[in-house]
Design a binder for this molecule. Structure first.
Ligand code: ADP
Length: 404
């Protein structure tokens, strides 16, 4: 169950309870304290209070049973990090016995500093999320979400995501194996088509045309397989980032250079706007270059002939931002949240049937997030799109140096 719903349900119960107590203590509205004349009113108020109290108690108990039933762990922690309540599911997921946990500190109760850190972060900032693997024989993976409540304490919701993570691992391995198997024969076919295309002038025109088509399509397949391999490598974290000081203005110029031929063919002008800033970040230059290349490739691909695409590099005190601005067809509002999903491809008619794998933005997102950054898009149909990513500028020595 969604923690907000849970808390909301709890609040309804609690409000009913408070109402009931309030009515019992202060008397029902309109009731007078003196004389027998008030008795029927008082008796009615008492009955209403009793029934409200009963309903509240049932609601609270039902929520508790429901939460246990769906196997979601719920822990309430006071501001001083003392455990207030723990349901059965939480105790089971954390391999503890529920009885005896309330009243102890989070660390004492669960002996897990990662859990304590998540709760501390939520108490400090309002909300925190983390994932941890419990050190028991079946080592479950728990998704932990904590949120600070207006009263000052925090609710912690624990969900067992072991099966989900296992399936995601299997999917990644499957894609990885498949792509590896496909790469060799596809590369061979692609090379053969290329060789045949070189002899096109000695072949009948229709055959030459078909060979050209084979060459283009196998090129797409090779690109897709390579992107799949890249994505599964990045997703599985099997290739560590090779960190270095990356000069983003230089990276922008180098990426524009790499795409200059393609842009020329499309009749699109590429411009780098990095005036006055030279933000440097700690990152993997090759991977960041790949992310920017994917954004820029799309911008050129979707731009009409004669249009301009600008790569803008800017920096604030903490962040460096790289934005790719185009005047292409734009993206429908409904599609915006989906464009970074793997295999998402826009409507072919709208994008004039331009080819693509639907993996480019997914790769860019993974690369940027692996650097602790964020990526987003702003777009309006008929006006154009701006794809941008922000990366943290780490040390003061790496901060933007205006005019450099
Ligand atoms: P693809 O290989 O299809 O370009 P991407 O993951 O790079 O895959 O992009 C996913 C989809 O997002 C594209 O198919 C397209 O619909 C949309 N898209 C991406 N960039 C742009 C852009 N600059 N302008 C318009 N649509 C875009």
């Amino acid at each position: 169950m969604d923690p907000v719903t849970l808390v909301a349900l709890g609040s309804v119960g609690a409000a009913a309870l408070l109402l009931a107590v309030g009515i019992q203590r202060g008397g029902a509205p309109g009731a007078t304290r003196s004389g027998d004349r008030a008795s029927p009113d008082a008796a009615q108020a008492r009955a209403r209070a009793a029934s409200a109290e009963e309903r509240a108690a049932v609601a609270v108990r039902d929520v508790g049973v429901l939460v246990d039933l769906v196997g979601i762990g719920v822990v309430r922690v006071a501001e001083d990090l003392t455990v207030v309540t723990v349901n059965e599911a939480a105790a089971r997921l954390l391999a503890r016995r529920a009885a005896g946990l309330p009243g102890r500190s989070v660390m004492e109760a669960f002996t897990d500093h990662r859990l304590e850190e998540i709760v501390q972060a939520a108490l400090r900032t309002g909300a925190a999320v983390g994932e941890l693997t419990i050190r028991t024989t079946d080592a479950p993976t728990l998704l932990v979400r904590a949120r600070r409540m207006p009263a000052g304490d925090a609710w912690v919701v624990l969900e067992d995501v072991s099966e989900l993570r296992r399936l995601q691992r299997i999917r990644t391995e499957f894609i990885d194996n498949l792509a590896h198997e496909l790469r060799t024969p596809l590369t061979t076919v692609s090379l053969l088509a290329e060789t045949l295309a070189l002899e096109a002038d000695q072949l009948p025109p229709r055959t030459a045309e078909r060979i050209a088509k084979i060459e283009v399509e196998t090129g797409h397949l090779v690109q897709m397989v390579n992107e799949l391999l890249d994505l599964s490598k990045i997703e599985s974290g099997s290739t560590a980032l090779v960190l270095d000081d990356v000069d983003l203005a230089r990276l922008a110029n180098a990426t524009v250079e790499r795409l200059s031929l393609f842009a020329e063919r499309q009749g699109v002008r590429l411009v780098v706007d990095a005036a006055g800033v030279a933000p440097r970040v700690r990152g993997d230059g090759e991977r960041l270059g790949q992310a920017l290349l994917n954004l820029l490739h799309n911008a050129v691909k979707f731009s009409p002939a004669g249009a301009e695409v600008v790569v803008r590099v800017a920096a604030s005190e903490h962040e460096a931002v790289v934005a790719v601005v185009d005047h292409g067809p734009g993206i429908p509002r409904a599609a915006l949240p989906r464009v970074f999903e793997r295999f998402y491809k826009g409507d072919r008619a709208r994008t004039r049937g331009v080819g693509g794998t639907g993996l480019g933005l997914s790769i860019a997102r993974h690369v940027v997030e692996a650097h602790g950054g964020r990526i987003w898009v702003e777009s309006e149909e008929g006006i154009g799109s701006t794809f941008a990513f922000a990366l943290p500028i780490t040390g003061p020595d790496l901060a933007a140096t205006p005019g450099a």
